[in-house]
Design a protein around this ligand. Structure first.
Ligand SMILES: C=C(O[C@@H]1C=C(C(=O)O)C=C[C@H]1O)C(=O)O
Length: 303
């Protein structure tokens, strides 16, 4: 199942949308595995940490610079005219597309929702420190063995380019997953406009949140993620068997090696991705009738 809006499949079919969300789980897990190879490299998230960037007139962080450069190119190639791609760089700092239009039929109700500032904040402050803690600890012990101790013992392996590239992959995948909430909301709205309309006119975000929440679907998402992360996160050796190390102090007991902290994947979805997806859904619905005439609203209510 593809998110190609030019196919004949109904882009607002909820099962189709859910299958896209499921596929994005894989993209996110594999990108997390890649990022977890590197240390935290906290310097790339600090504004003004690189004199070289200040020298070229850029005040932000290394990652913000990477985002701006990457997204400038992508904006020219009209990435951000697609209804499921949103930039992290403020839109007024990006160039216009060199091709006009995108040929994608208008599927969503016009809206300006972009929750990327929230995604950027939780990703850099909570997610990265958590998933890189193993690599960061390993680096610290290597550095200690070389006599490097104290603050410079931690965090920094110098791979700023690779790290930022992987961060962008992850940020974009998470952003797409979360903003897909717009499609979910449009689909749910169209299946029964009259259920939603009173709570949009009165604005009642709590009632809207209750209407869009599907606890069984969420539970299935989390259970599936735990399984996927446990499968994909195993470190398989050249012999095709999972790598394992003896447990110190236990005779003949072994422990598997992981490329990723499995529980952290579930937590990422439980604490951040699912709640933000739902926030996007509610925000989208709150503005779903903006600019419509009473007659248009009445017609929708009758559906
Ligand atoms: C995305 C949906 O809406 C809500 C958000 C979910 C999620 O982010 O995984 C899951 C179920 C719903 O509570 C959906 O119904 O599929």
């Amino acid at each position: 199942m593809q998110n190609n809006y030019m196919t004949s499949e109904d882009p607002l079919d909820l099962e189709r949308i859910r299958s896209i969300l499921i596929r994005l789980e894989d993209t996110i897990i594999f990108a997390l595995i890649e990022r977890a190879q590197f240390s935290l490299n906290s310097k790339i998230y600090e504004r003004g940490a690189f004199q070289e960037l200040k020298d070229i007139g850029f005040d932000g962080s290394w990652l913000e610079w990477f985002l701006k450069e990457t997204e400038s190119f992508q904006a020219k190639a009209r990435r951000y005219t697609s209804p499921d791609e949103y930039p992290f760089t403020p839109a007024d700092q990006l160039p216009p597309p060199i091709l006009s239009g995108n040929g994608i039929p208008k599927i969503l109700f016009p809206n300006k929702i972009n929750v990327n500032p929230s995604i950027y904040a939780f990703y850099t402050r909570s997610v990265v420190p958590r998933i890189t803690s193993q690599a960061t600890l390993e680096l610290a012990s290597v550095k200690r063995a070389k006599g490097i101790v104290g603050t410079s013992e931690y965090e920094d392996d110098g791979n700023y380019g690779s790290t930022a590239t992987l961060d962008i992959e992850l940020l974009q995948a998470i952003s797409k997953r979360v903003h897909y909430g717009k499609f979910v909301a449009e689909s749910k709205f169209r299946s029964s406009p009259s259920t939603f309309i009173p709570h949009i006119l009165k604005p009642n975000p709590t009632a809207l949140a209750e209407l869009i929440t599907k606890p069984l679907v969420e539970r299935a998402v989390l259970a599936r993620l735990f399984k996927k992360a446990s499968l994909y996160g195993q470190d398989i050796g050249a012999d095709g068997e999972p790598k394992r190390v003896p447990i110190i102090g236990e005779n003949n007991e072994y422990q598997k090696l992981w490329k990723l902290d499995v529980e952290s994947v579930r937590e990422l979805f439980e604490r951040w991705i699912i709640p933000l997806t739902k926030e996007v859904e509610v925000e989208y619905l709150l503005h779903r009738l903006d600019g419509l005439s009473q007659e248009q609203i009445d017609n929708l209510s009758k559906k």
